[in-house]
Write a protein that binds this ligand. Structure first.
Ligand SMILES: [Zn+2]
Length: 75
């Protein structure tokens, strides 16, 4: 049996102080709750500055937006 969560596209999911909208099976838009900045995040990449800098030094780096998306998607 599977207990996989069912995810509705374009519904907001709150993860900590982030809001995640799932826009595809491996991607979403992540919004800081106190900010209007909308990031395009996939399971392996993110628009944010933290990811862009850290991923140069550590290709496996996952920022908190990626982690939030993974949590919503159950990955
Ligand atoms: Zn990020």
């Amino acid at each position: 049996m599977t207990d996989k969560k069912s995810i509705t596209l374009f519904e907001p999911y709150a993860v900590g102080n982030l809001v995640v909208y799932v826009t595809g099976e491996d991607r979403g838009s992540v919004i800081e709750a106190d900010c209007r900045w909308e990031l395009t995040t996939t399971l392996t990449s993110c628009d944010c500055c933290t990811f862009r800098w850290r991923s140069r030094m550590d290709p496996t780096f996952q920022c908190r937006h990626i982690l939030a998306l993974r949590e919503v998607l159950g990955k």
